[in-house]
Every structure is written in structure tokens, then in C-alpha cells.
Design a protein around this ligand. Structure first.
Ligand code: ZN
Ligand code: ZN
Length: 341
């Protein structure tokens, strides 16, 4: 008898034979079930070998609001905004893409955890791949050849009745030349069983976590970013447009600031988010216009009813409406703000 692995020729030495006999006895005393995969481990392995279509569908649906926001941002960015500085426009569109990036990152990280848990499960339950092509796959517990197996990804060893995953994806994860200590075969086998059970439950839990976790985790990450942006807003305030494009317009609410535009040669005033004023309002003549900074120092009433002296004007990234900052700390759209006499 000649060993394929090391080339040893001749009968095994007596003390090796004795150790093999002990190992055999230990293996046969061990409950066969410690070498076999229970229903939940088998299900986890079958799942680990499958593409996660369910997860892909759920995560694709979950990403829709984030995609919608990014698309809306680009659409708004391409709209005509006379006088809007280009930098404000670029920053505005980029901001609408942040939630989508957060979603992709969270989803990618959780998917990577799922992949790692699945690889660990397959590695723990895999058979030993052949050392050379053409040689048989062997049992990870006793080393016997796993000659014939059908389409099932799990093969039961004909000698020791251990379950081995023989799917190519699992064999790729398996150690190519696994050596096992025949003196501790019982402990090694029990360890393998525990490793498979823990890897199976970990892979299942990670799969659920990635599907259930990605949308809410992304949502709260974006919320945290918004709160952070709110906190740093005063420090990264965008420049107001220097273009003189605002004018005082007499309305039923008094003298209010309108963003002046033209449509088919007819001057129009827009009052931003102020829904109490006509939007747009057609004007008889083009009024004299001023730049946003001209309003600093005046006492104004915002569309939301807040009043105060204007201490600053900041640019808006996407909506192209300059924001008034009042001495009270309140802020709101410049168009649609009215003079407080
Ligand atoms: Zn050998
Ligand atoms: Zn075996």
C-alpha cells in the first residue's frame, strides 16, 4: 500500500495502527448526529448557496425613496434658476445624493457581513476538495472518498455517516489540505458540529439583519446627517447671489419681496413658499430690483409669521431662494417675506 500524499510505502507502523483503532472506536461511540446537519443547518446551507433574490427585491424597493430624492435633485439642478451661483447648484445636487450613498454603504457593509457569515458556514461544513484534479472529494471527518452524490449539495459519508457540503462554492471555501489529529478526532468532530450550528444561525441572522436593517439604518443615518448639517449650517452658509433680482411688490399682505422674472415678456413676481400670496403674480411694469444683501438691517415678517431684524442673507443650494436670518435666530425664504412697518 502506497500513500498518495506522502509516498510512504509498506504496512502502517503498529503504534499508528493502535491510534487509528482508538480513533475509530471514539468516532463510532460518538452519536452519528454530531456529524450530521440538522434541518435548520441544511436550510441555512441551501440558502448560503443561493442568490439572495428576496433580499435583492426588498432592498431594491427600499432604495426607491433614496433614488427618487437623487433624481429630483438632478432635475431641480438642471432647471433654470436665473442668477443662482453654479457652486450653490452643484452643492445642492450633491446633497440630494448623500442619502443614496448612505444607503449603498449601509447595504454594502451588511451584505459583506452576510457574505462572510455564509463563507464561514460553507467552510465549516464543506468536504475536503481533491488535492489534484480528477481525485475524489473526501469526507472532512474521516477522510473517506465521497464517490457518488446526486444533485444535492450535501453528501453523507458512506463510512462515518458525516454530512459534507460538496457544492463547488463550498469546496472553494474549504481548506485544501486539512490535516487532522487522529488522537483528538472526537473533540474535533464535536467542534465541527458546534461551528456549523453557530455559523448557520449567524448566517441566517445576518441575512435577516441586512434585509430588515438596511432601510431603517440608512434612514436614521440620513436623519443624523441632517441634524449634523443643521448644527454646522451657520458655518457653511452658502453665498447669496449678487444678482439684483428681487423687488418690493405691493400685495394684499403689504409690501413684500418678490423674486422677479419674466414670462413671454411679461414681468412676474414669485413669492417662494408663501402660499398666502399668488404664485406667480403678474406685474404691470418691471419694478426696480435689488440684490439680496440690500435687505440686511430691515425688520421683516417671514412667511411663517416670524418677525425680526434681518442680520444676514444666505444662499440656498437647490431651491434658489435666498434665506433671511433674523436677529431672533429664525430663518426663512427671502421671496415672500414682507416688510414689517
Ligand atoms: Zn502518508
Ligand atoms: Zn466520513
Amino acid at each position: 500500500m502506497r500513500c498518495r500524499s506522502c509516498g510512504y510505502e509498506g504496512p502502517p507502523r503498529p503504534e499508528v495502527l493502535e491510534r487509528l483503532r482508538i480513533a475509530q472506536g471514539e468516532l463510532s461511540r460518538l452519536d452519528q448526529r454530531t456529524r450530521q446537519l440538522d434541518a435548520s443547518a441544511q436550510a441555512a446551507i441551501v440558502r448560503a448557496l443561493r442568490t439572495r433574490w428576496g433580499a435583492i427585491v426588498v432592498l431594491s424597493l427600499g432604495v426607491l425613496p433614496f433614488v427618487a430624492l437623487a433624481v429630483a435633485g438632478v432635475a431641480e439642478g438642471f432647471e433654470e434658476h436665473p442668477g443662482l451661483p453654479l457652486a450653490n447648484r452643484i452643492i445642492g445636487v450633491s446633497l440630494t445624493w448623500v442619502p443614496l450613498l448612505v444607503y449603498a454603504c449601509v447595504g454594502g457593509i451588511l451584505a459583506a457581513f452576510v457574505g462572510r457569515a455564509r463563507r464561514r458556514l460553507l467552510a465549516a461544513s464543506a468536504a475536503i476538495p481533491p488535492e489534484r484534479p480528477g481525485e475524489p472529494v473526501t469526507c472532512a471527518v474521516c477522510g473517506a472518498s465521497l464517490a457518488s452524490f446526486g444533485t444535492s449539495p450535501i453528501a453523507r459519508c458512506g463510512y462515518c455517516a458525516a454530512d459534507n457540503v460538496v457544492h463547488p462554492a463550498a469546496l472553494r471555501q474549504a481548506a485544501t489540505a486539512r490535516s487532522f489529529d487522529i488522537d483528538s478526532i472526537g473533540a474535533t468532530t464535536a467542534l465541527r458540529a458546534r461551528e456549523v450550528v453557530s455559523a448557520a444561525s449567524h448566517a441566517s441572522a445576518m441575512g435577516v439583519a441586512s434585509v430588515v436593517g438596511t432601510p431603517p439604518v440608512s434612514f436614521f443615518a440620513v436623519l443624523a446627517l441632517l441634524l449634523f448639517a443643521k448644527a454646522v449650517e451657520p458655518y457653511i452658509a452658502l453665498a447669496a447671489s449678487p444678482t439684483p433680482r428681487y423687488a418690493w411688490v405691493a400685495t394684499k399682505r403689504g409690501k413684500c419681496v418678490g423674486l422677479i422674472g419674466e414670462r413671454d415678456g411679461v414681468p412676474q413676481a414669485h413669492f417662494g413658499g408663501n402660499d398666502k400670496l399668488p404664485n406667480p403674480m403678474t406685474l404691470d411694469t418691471l419694478p426696480p430690483r435689488f440684490a439680496p444683501s440690500a435687505i440686511v438691517g430691515r425688520t421683516m415678517r417671514l412667511a411663517n409669521g416670524k418677525r425680526g431684524r434681518v442680520v444676514g442673507v444666505t444662499g440656498a443650494p437647490v431651491t434658489n431662494r435666498e434665506q433671511l436670518v433674523l436677529d431672533s435666530g429664525a430663518h426663512g425664504d427671502l421671496p415672500g417675506a414682507c416688510a414689517e412697518e
